[in-house]
Design a protein around this ligand. Structure first.
Ligand code: 13P
Length: 244
């Protein structure tokens, strides 16, 4: 598994359910990986798994990531993709527990914990997503929700050397609304300093990140990088964020 401590910033592109072979060819041309400036940043491109083979060997120095993995290793589970298969397909990182998987596909914290263990067993670095809804934020429940999500979905054998946590307030995803910089730093500080066994983990912020706001977010003391959805579908925009 990759030691993540050596990187200054981690910048993850989450393509979600987007892309095509044609799109990938254009994206790679525009991204021009060999010209990326800051080699201390860790760039990870998370694509639908059917396209991994189109990106393998063409992303260096960036890494390839998945968007979910099965709770199961093999067997009669139609439509699933296991952590072993992700590894076999050269996937180095994998997002798990994204709010879209939790809300639309009913994944629980317990599921996320199993997935994280499967990934770790296959030497894939998990990126574990957490975050509150707008209603929960308004009821001042953000820290409680996050505490429960982390306590239940980060497995006991995880360490800060190879597991990443991504804080994505659900109300900020795809909406153009983001918490204030102070709020982001405050929540990240809470995660880094006040949750037992999670001290000093790398914490990414996600939700409406783009090239205009990425730099001020990443400059915050307790932010170690960003998880980018919509803006990451534009190669030049992603490149700007990588270089910011
Ligand atoms: P947007 O950047 O489109 O808000 O999406 C964030 C996200 O869900 C990344 O995982």
């Amino acid at each position: 598994m990759l030691e993540i401590n050596k990187f200054d910033r981690i910048i993850v592109a989450n393509w979600k359910l987007n892309g095509s072979i044609h799109f990938i060819e254009q994206y790679l041309q525009e991204l021009n990986c060999s010209k990326l400036e800051n080699s201390n940043n860790c760039g990870i491109i998370c694509t639908p798994s059917v396209y991994f083979h189109k990106l393998v060997g063409r992303l260096n120095p960036l890494f390839l990531g998945g968007q979910d993995c099965s709770n199961y290793s093999e067997g009669a589970y139609t439509g699933e993709v296991s952590a072993t298969m992700l590894k076999d397909a050269s996937c180095q990182f994998c997002i798990i527990g994204h709010s879209e998987r939790r809300q639309i596909f009913g994944q629980s914290n317990e599921d996320v914990c199993i997935k994280a263990m499967n990934l770790i067993a296959n030497n894939i670095n998990p990126i574990i997503c957490i975050g509150e809804t707008f209603e929960e934020k308004n009821q001042n429940l953000t820290k409680d929700i996050i505490y429960t999500q982390i306590s239940k979905s980060v497995p006991k054998n995880a360490t800060k050397d190879f597991v990443i946590i991504a804080y994505e307030p659900i109300w900020a995803i795809g909406t153009g609304k983001i918490p204030s910089l102070e709020e982001i730093d405050n929540i990240h500080s809470f995660i880094k300093n006040e949750i037992q066994n999670i001290e000093n983990y790398k914490i990414l912020y996600g939700g409406s990140v783009n090239s205009n706001n990425a730099s001020e977010i990443m400059d915050l003391k307790n932010v170690d990088g960003v998880l980018v959805g919509g803006a990451s579908l534009d190669a030049l925009e992603y490149k700007k964020i990588m270089n910011s």
